[in-house]
Every structure is written in structure tokens, then in C-alpha cells.
Design a protein around this ligand. Structure first.
Ligand SMILES: C[S@@+](CC[C@H](N)C(=O)[O-])C[C@H]1O[C@@H](n2cnc3c(N)ncnc32)[C@H](O)[C@@H]1O
Length: 349
């Protein structure tokens, strides 16, 4: 599969407009704070952008960031401005032609930003341990429409676990299917190159994340993908695809469900890109200054990470109140029936 993908992104595609579906094109609204940063990026780099989401999380100043499958470097050069001169961004890609475009414009960006904090490395994201990158040294790892292209996704997430600092996060956009992708679709080189054939069934991705030690994957945003080419549509049948951005925190203490310890947080409003509301994920939009009840996992994602200075924390882990309501799962027992049974027959079974 590596050769097919290298050929697709190295030789067949010349720009985003050559793609045959909108799977790898980001049609999301770019937030206002990101627009001036993108405006400083070289047009050739922008024209070879094949991402499917936004991988610019907030509060990055001074961070070390790694971009897996950085392509021609659009996200690397955007992130370079967000981490600033005291941070660093490393881009990894296996396709020479993509890296050549990224490298060619390095000098232009150093001049435009006024500092040099970027480097590109040729390599495979399944073999991150071979790249002379220091174990546990990255605050944030990003990736934009790349993991679906990997034939060994377990190896990718294992490598990410190894390279992240404790409290670091993997913040990445990718393509997911609503069911397992049949072999015929998986083996089609165009569908594979277009980021559909290698897409995971979303629930298999959750299992993969758990397997590699990311206990509570958080969905940040998603959108359905439109496949308009009639020949491709015919091959896909009822399969549906989505572009989705997840954040996976490297926090050993995370639990597989959201547990209620009676905790709350108050956002201080001092992340420069989010003065009014801090968005952790699709279900946690935390207004500035408001006391916001959180489960133990959300608490840890804010307290044991780079976000801690931006919050006040209320409570601790001393007392447990059961499952945190509204986090997608609920107690399996019928509380009402149990009370009725107890009054009729006593507590014995
Ligand atoms: C869809 S493009 C996305 C590029 C870039 N992230 C962007 O947003 O423009 C996929 C990129 O991932 C790279 N890639 C795919 N599989 C890879 C692997 N196993 N190891 C390293 N790079 C890989 C390809 O060479 C290509 O540049």
C-alpha cells in the first residue's frame, strides 16, 4: 500500500483540485484567528494541501509538535506560527515529492515568520521509533488525513504513545466509515488513495485507541463526506464516510467511562484564540467564567495537561457518585424496579 500511496501523492496528484472526491479536502470554515496565519503560507504549499480537517488546536505556545504525514507542509507552517519561536514543529512524510515542496519554501517561511522552528523528516509513520525522535518529547502530535492510509494503524498509535509526553495529546483529522469497509473497496487503488478504502469503521477506531492506551477518545468535530463521482459511488454501495477530528490524551489515569466525582471547572478565558468559550470536544464547550460540572476524565484532560493554567478547579477524586450523566452511557440497572422489588420481598434474592 505504501507504494500506491506514494505514487498517488507523489506523481498523480498535482494539486487539491485533482482529487476525485471531497474526502481529502477541508471544506470546514477556517476560524478567523487562523486566516492571517494561512495567508503567510506560500501558495504552492497551500495548493498541495490534501487534509480533511483542521489540526490546529489552541494553547500551543512553546509546544513541541509533530505532524504525521505532513505532505507539503501547510499544517506544519500554520502550527509553526502558533508554537512561536520557543516551540518546534517536526513534519514526517514518506513521499519525496511532497517533502520537496515543503522544503523548497522553508526559507520563505523563516523570513515571513521571523524565526526558524520547523524541520522535515523523511520516514514512515508506522516506524516512528526509527526516526531519531526523542521518546516522550512531544506535547502535541497532529495528523491530517493520513492514518487511514496506513496499513498498520496499531503501529502508528503505538508510536504516538511513545513519542508523547505524559499529558500530551494526539489531535488528528481522518476519514471513518459507518461500517467495516469491504475488501473490494479496500483494494481499489483510487479509493485507497482518496482516503476511503483504508478508512476504519468508527467503532473499530475506538477499539484501536483503547488497545493502544488511549482510554477516552474525544470527538471534536465531524462532517459527512460527499462522494460525487458516479463510478466510485457505484463501488461504494451503502457505505457512508465521515471526516472527523479526535483528540486522544496520553493520561494513564483516564477511565474507560466518564465517572462522576462531583467536580467542576471554571475557564479563565485566557487562551488567546478562545476568549469567550473553551472547546475541548463536541460536547464540552465551556463558557468563560461559568462553573461547569465535569467527569473525572474531563477534569484530568484539563488539569493534567497544558490547559491547567487556564482553569480553576473545584473538587477532587475523594468521593464517587457513579456514572457521570450525559456522557453517552448510563447505568444498566433499572433503578425504579429495584426499589419496587425491595418493598415487596425484602432485600434478599
Ligand atoms: C492525504 S495526504 C495529507 C497530507 C497533509 N497532511 C495535508 O494535509 O496536506 C497524505 C500524506 O500522508 C503521507 N503518508 C501516507 N502514508 C504514510 C506513511 N505510512 N508514512 C508516512 N507518510 C505517509 C503521504 O505521503 C501524503 O503526503
Amino acid at each position: 500500500m505504501h507504494e500506491i500511496v506514494q505514487d498517488y501523492y507523489g506523481r498523480q496528484l498535482r494539486s487539491s483540485s485533482d482529487l476525485k472526491t471531497n474526502a481529502c479536502c477541508d471544506i470546514n470554515q477556517v476560524p478567523a484567528w487562523l486566516k492571517p496565519l494561512l495567508a503567510r503560507i506560500d501558495p504552492e504549499v497551500l495548493s498541495r494541501y490534501y487534509g480533511c480537517g483542521l489540526v490546529c488546536p489552541t494553547a500551543l505556545e512553546g509546544c513541541r509538535v509533530l505532524d504525521l504525514g505532513c505532505g507539503s507542509g501547510r499544517d506544519v507552517y500554520a502550527l509553526a506560527q502558533l508554537v512561536g519561536p520557543s516551540g518546534e514543529v517536526v513534519g514526517v512524510d514518506m513521499t519525496d515529492e511532497q517533502l520537496a515542496v515543503a522544503q523548497k519554501h522553508h526559507g520563505h517561511h523563516v523570513q515571513a515568520f521571523g524565526f526558524d522552528n520547523v524541520r522535515f523528516v523523511h520516514g514512515y509513520i508506522e516506524r516512528l521509533d526509527e526516526l531519531a525522535l526523542e521518546f516522550g518529547s512531544f506535547d502535541v502530535i497532529v495528523s491530517n488525513c493520513v492514518v487511514n492510509l496506513s496499513p498498520d494503524k496499531d503501529a502508528v498509535l503505538r508510536g504516538v504513545q511513545g513519542l508523547l509526553k505524559p499529558g500530551g495529546e494526539f489531535y488528528f483529522s481522518d476519514v471513518y466509515a459507518d461500517r467495516r469497509v469491504p475488501e473490494l473497496v479496500r483494494n481499489d487503488p483510487v479509493l485507497y488513495g482518496e482516503c476511503l478504502g483504508g478508512a476504519l469503521y468508527w467503532n473499530d477506531f475506538i477499539r484501536l485507541a483503547h488497545r493502544q492506551g488511549f482510554a477516552d477518545p474525544r470527538l471534536v468535530e465531524d462532517r459527512p463526506l460527499a462522494v460525487t463521482d458516479p463510478t466510485l459511488l457505484d463501488k461504494l454501495g451503502n457505505l457512508r464516510f465521515f471526516s472527523a477530528t479526535y483528540r486522544l490524551f496520553k493520561l494513564d489515569a483516564l477511565e474507560t467511562a466518564c465517572e462522576d466525582y462531583g467536580q467542576a471547572v471554571v475557564y479563565r478565558g485566557d487562551v488567546s484564540q478562545q476568549p469567550h468559550r473553551f472547546v475541548l470536544d463536541k460536547h464540552h464547550h465551556i463558557d468563560t467564567g461559568r462553573v461547569f460540572a465535569v467527569c473525572g476524565n474531563t477534569w484530568r484532560m484539563l488539569h493534567d495537561t497544558r490547559f491547567a493554567p487556564h482553569f480553576d478547579f473545584i473538587g477532587d477524586f475523594e468521593r464517587h457518585y457513579g456514572l457521570f450523566e450525559g456522557c453517552g452511557s448510563s447505568m444498566p440497572f433499572d433503578a425504579h424496579a429495584a426499589v419496587e422489588g425491595a418493598s415487596a420481598q425484602g432485600a434478599c434474592c
